[in-house]
Design a protein around this ligand. Structure first.
Ligand code: CUA
Length: 321
């Protein structure tokens, strides 16, 4: 079931992110219609009014300062208003709601894979609960893709080597569509997925069906997989048990990791950086890119890990207390 949209040129709106975009879009649209009609009408009128007439000699009009000022200032005011309308829409849609459910989106030639907080990975179908805020953490395993849901008016590139994010709250029960909006090779046009937005009751049934991953739910959760990898790659040898920054009662050779997520990290350079997904990812793959203050004499080896492994380790780092 879908509801009809106020926006007659775009598919039905199915998330909270659509309204600000549609408002800005419709403003630009009607603004253009009014001015196109107005300017064309004025032009035709003047063509008719000042057409060549027998016995009338044309006279140059000369410079008219007031008019010059008027047609410079008026459009500027409109342009500023247009900027305001689109920028507020952008900011509104770029802010994630508190406690949004995080879903990992991985693009690869030529399919989308969705990983739920339970650790389940489902290709080509994204199941969401209506009226629940979500945050998509997107990455690409090969080339540039672009995750596009027209019904949500949301589109963002999935870039190899880093994370990008979109957030939304689905507002209508029904089916929406995912397209790849960045040319990525032979089957680009077939890089599709369905978004199923379910009612609370139906979503609970869907959730019961999750857990297809081998092993217990605890083992399957990304943060638990991340912990396994953390131990296996001997991260504990430098960052301490559970990233505590302590080894045998004294400070470990590597910086503390527990509790740093989302907080500023002081760097050697004197600057500081927020420990977000992209910072953690970079620090695992290229440890020397940003060195934490006081740790310039410690050489951390660079790790070669697959995207899902990086995602899992980052999920574990985020869960460290
Ligand atoms: Cu992926 Cu086009």
């Amino acid at each position: 079931m879908t509801i009809p949209s106020d926006n007659f040129q775009l598919p039905p709106a199915m998330a909270d992110t659509a309204a600000p975009i549609d408002d800005a879009y419709m403003f630009v649209y009607w603004f253009s219609v009014v001015f196109t009609v107005g300017v064309t009408a004025a032009m035709l009128y003047f063509v008719w009014k000042y057409k060549r007439q027998k016995g009338v000699k044309s006279e140059p009009t000369g410079h008219f300062n007031k008019l010059e000022v008027f047609w410079t200032v008026t459009p500027t005011i409109f342009i500023i208003f247009l900027f305001h309308a689109s920028f507020t829409a952008y900011i509104k849609n770029a802010t994630a709601a508190e406690g949004a459910t995080e879903i990992r989106v991985r693009g690869k030639k030529w399919s989308w894979e969705f990983e739920y907080p339970s650790g389940d990975r489902v290709p080509a179908e994204l199941t969401l609960e209506v009226n629940r805020p979500y945050k998509m953490i997107m990455s690409s395993e090969d080339v540039l893709h672009s995750f596009y849901i027209p019904e949500f008016r949301m589109k963002r590139d999935a870039v190899p080597g880093q994370y990008s994010f979109i957030q939304f709250t689905p507002t209508v029960v029904g089916d929406a569509h995912v397209f790849c909006a960045e040319y990525c090779g032979t089957s680009h046009s077939g890089m599709l997925a369905t978004v199923k937005i379910l009612s609370h009751e139906d979503y609970q049934k869907f959730e019961k069906g999750l857990g297809k991953c081998q092993g217990t739910e605890e083992e399957c959760k990304p943060e638990n997989y991340g912990k396994t990898l953390f131990v296996k790659n001997a991260c504990t040898a430098c960052h301490g048990e559970n990233g505590s920054g302590m080894l045998g009662g004294s400070p470990s050779p590597g910086p503390k990791l527990a509790g740093i997520f989302g907080k500023p990290q002081p760097l050697m350079s004197g600057e500081s950086v927020t420990a977000d997904e992209n910072y953690l990812r970079e620090s695992i793959l290229r440890p020397n890119a940003k060195i934490v203050k006081g740790y310039n004499n410690v050489a951390m080896p660079a790790f070669v890990l697959k995207d899902d492994q990086l995602d899992a380790i980052i999920a574990y780092l985020k869960s460290m207390k």
